[in-house]
Every structure is written in structure tokens, then in C-alpha cells.
Ligand binder design. Structure first.
Ligand SMILES: *Cc1c(COP(=O)(O)O)cnc(C)c1O
Length: 369
């Protein structure tokens, strides 16, 4: 694993004028507009990582035979840069993204990137395009590091021998819109499966998403916002939701509230937001455990009033409350269908740490510029 950490710097000759950039930052949406620059780096079997560049955001030219177009050997990460109250810019636990990037790389037979080079590439892009980091809670600069296989050959007896790493950045409001969150209605997918043991469920690879779109359309056709994935064998154990992890909140009179998130079985994506909430919840007076829940338990505990809140979590949407559940056979509401108090408290606390208005006892925040 050789690497040159020297990035050649090629600034854009015509960055977007400040007034136009300000207009974009007024209401950035999600993943639609990209900043003036990107980072690229190449890997080959002979040279390892080389040719690191910060350069103007722009198109790639790739031969039609390029491996990634045919076999989907591709992976990505997702994280955000946050504007602090004093105007400075931070990242949130970027070493965790670096570690997960390499876990995905190993599963996809792609080259690992030294964690410090991964973080350096993010800091380089964020510093260069710092004017693109929006202000305000729930707003951020979404960073998308990714890697693709670039061998121009159709043989598939071995993985590609050349790869391209790239980081692009896009100003963002929280995924399901800014302001107070509204509850989602979710669809329990019993005919489609996202991941099986031994498969690629724990890796952030495009194919997992490619296979999920059909279930998303089914959810939309049933008036739902998102798909909840169940285990592949019995279609009864809850795994995760769309591109987010799930938490279940159990409250009993006189007892500490208990948060439960499905354990990492290899078929779930190990979310960094999920991990942060598992660590954060005890400080707020909640028990937090990894466990399992079936759809029957979900329905019955809601009916009994012991399962009071459900929410999804991930970098893009932070925390999104789940208010109602539907499947081919049944539908029910969670609590009164509105965002619950523990969901909102956790969301506020996490946003507070990310934007620097709440203490950061675990040292999750990394100052960039
Ligand atoms: C990225 C992702 C998540 C959330 O991970 P975070 O690190 O919290 O953003 C959850 N599930 C899937 C399928 C994902 O791709």
C-alpha cells in the first residue's frame, strides 16, 4: 500500500461567482449542485496510489469497456463538513469513514487507502471550497468520496488492476428537508431482499442501491416514503431502512427509556450515526443496546404502548422519525404518529455536537479550517 500524499493543486480558473454561489446556498437541496473543485487519485498494481490532484470539478472520459460500467466494482462514502458558529469548518469522525471505506474496499477486492490520505483529501477539498459550506443547523457540505474500477477490458476472471478515487462535494439541507422533521411512513418489503450473509450488505457499494430501487418504487406505489428491509431467510427480522439504520424506543412507567438498534449481522451497513447514538444515548439518561426485533414484535409492542418511538438515522438525514408502518397485510402507527420527544432530543443533541453548540466529550469533531 504505497501512497504519495502530495496532491498537485490545480485551482479552477472560473469558479462560480460569489453572488451565484450565495443563491445556491440559500436553498441547496440535496446532491444537486457541486462545488468548484474535486480531488482525484489513481491506483495501479504497478504504482500503487499516485497522481493525487485537486482540480476543477468536471467530467471524466472513460472507454465504453471500462470495468465499472459492466461489473459495478464501485464503492463510496458519505459524510459532511459543518459550519460552526465562529465561521470555522469541521468534520465529524472522519477516521470512522476512512475505516469503513477500507472495509468496503476489502469486500469489493479494491485497494485500501491509507486513512490519513483519505482524511487529507477531504480536508484539501473542504479548505479549497470553504465558501461552499452553508450556515445554519441542518445545513452542511455533503462530501462524497468514491472509487471505481477503470480497467478498459471486459474480462472478469480477476478484479480490475486500475482504480480511480475521487471526492466531490455538494451543499446540502438535511435530506428530508430543513426545519423540524416530519414523520415518515415506511413499507415493509417482503418480496425484495437487500442483503444476505456473505454478501455485500455491510459494504457501501453501488450495487446494494441498484438492487433497492425496485423496492423503493413498490413503497411509493403503496404511498410510503421509504423501504424497511427484513432479513433474507425469514423476512421477519428488521434490518434497516433505505440508506439509514433504525432505532426503536421502549418506554415503561418508572423505568429508564431503552433504545434498541438491530445488531450488525453482516447484512446491515454499520452506520457512523448509529454508532454515535449508541454512545450518546447513555449520557442523556437512556439505555442503548444492539438487539433484534421482528415485525410481529414491532406491531404488538406499538399496540401495547411499550414501543413508543421509532426513528431512522444516517449522515444525510441525521434523524428521521417513523410514524406509520405498512405491508401487504397490515398497517399500524407508532405512538401518535408524530415525532417523539426522545427522537427530537437525540436529533438536537447530535446536531448540536456537529455544529459546535453542544459539548464534544468524545472528541468527534475535527477542525479543518
Ligand atoms: C450510509 C448508509 C447508512 C448510514 O451510515 P452513516 O454512516 O450513519 O451515514 C445506513 N444504511 C445504508 C444502507 C447506508 O448506505
Amino acid at each position: 500500500m504505497t501512497a504519495t500524499t502530495d496532491f498537485e493543486i490545480h485551482p479552477a480558473s472560473g469558479p462560480l461567482p460569489a453572488a451565484q454561489r450565495a443563491a445556491v446556498l440559500e436553498d441547496p437541496g440535496f446532491g444537486q449542485t457541486f462545488t468548484d473543485h474535486m480531488v482525484t487519485m489513481r491506483w495501479s498494481a504497478e504504482r500503487g496510489w499516485h497522481d493525487g490532484r485537486l482540480e476543477p470539478y468536471g467530467s471524466f472520459t472513460l472507454e465504453p469497456a471500462t470495468s465499472v460500467f459492466h461489473y459495478g466494482q464501485a464503492m463510496f462514502e458519505g459524510m459532511k463538513a459543518y459550519r460552526q458558529h465562529d465561521g470555522s469548518i469541521t468534520l465529524f469522525r472522519p477516521e470512522e469513514n476512512a475505516a469503513r471505506f477500507n472495509a468496503s474496499a476489502r469486500r469489493m477486492a479494491m485497494p485500501e487507502l491509507p486513512p490519513e490520505v483519505f482524511v487529507e483529501s477531504l480536508e484539501l477539498l473542504v479548505s479549497q471550497d470553504r465558501g461552499w459550506v452553508p450556515e445554519g443547523a441542518g445545513r452542511s457540505l455533503y462530501l462524497r468520496p468514491f472509487m471505481i474500477a477503470t480497467d478498459p477490458a471486459l474480462g472478469f476472471t480477476h478484479p480490475s488492476r486500475t482504480f480511480l478515487f475521487c471526492v466531490v462535494a455538494s451543499p446540502a439541507t438535511a435530506y428530508f428537508g430543513g426545519g423540524p422533521p416530519t414523520s415518515l411512513t415506511v413499507w415493509l418489503s417482503t418480496s425484495f431482499t437487500r442483503a444476505v450473509r456473505g454478501g455485500t450488505g455491510f459494504a457501501k457499494t453501488g450495487g446494494n442501491y441498484a438492487g433497492a430501487f425496485a423496492a423503493g418504487l413498490e413503497a411509493t406505489a403503496h404511498g410510503c416514503d421509504q423501504v424497511v428491509w427484513l432479513d433474507a431467510m425469514e423476512h421477519s427480522w428488521v434490518e434497516e431502512m433505505g440508506g439509514m439504520n433504525l432505532f426503536f424506543v421502549f418506554a415503561r412507567e418508572g423505568a429508564r427509556p431503552r433504545l434498541m438498534t438491530p445488531a450488525l449481522t453482516g447484512t446491515l451497513l454499520p452506520g457512523i450515526t448509529r454508532d454515535s447514538l449508541l454512545r450518546l444515548a447513555p449520557r442523556l439518561g437512556y439505555d442503548a443496546v444492539e438487539g433484534q426485533i421482528s415485525i410481529d414484535e414491532w406491531r404488538e409492542e406499538c399496540a401495547a404502548g411499550t414501543l413508543t418511538e421509532v426513528f431512522a438515522c444516517g449522515t444525510a438525514a441525521v434523524i428521521a422519525p417513523v410514524g406509520a408502518v405498512r405491508s401487504e397485510r397490515e398497517c399500524w402507527t407508532v405512538g401518535d404518529g408524530r415525532p417523539g420527544p426522545i427522537t427530537l432530543r437525540l436529533r438536537e443533541e447530535l446536531l448540536g455536537i456537529q455544529h459546535g453548540s453542544a459539548p464534544d466529550p468524545d472528541g468527534w469533531v475535527r477542525h479543518v479550517c
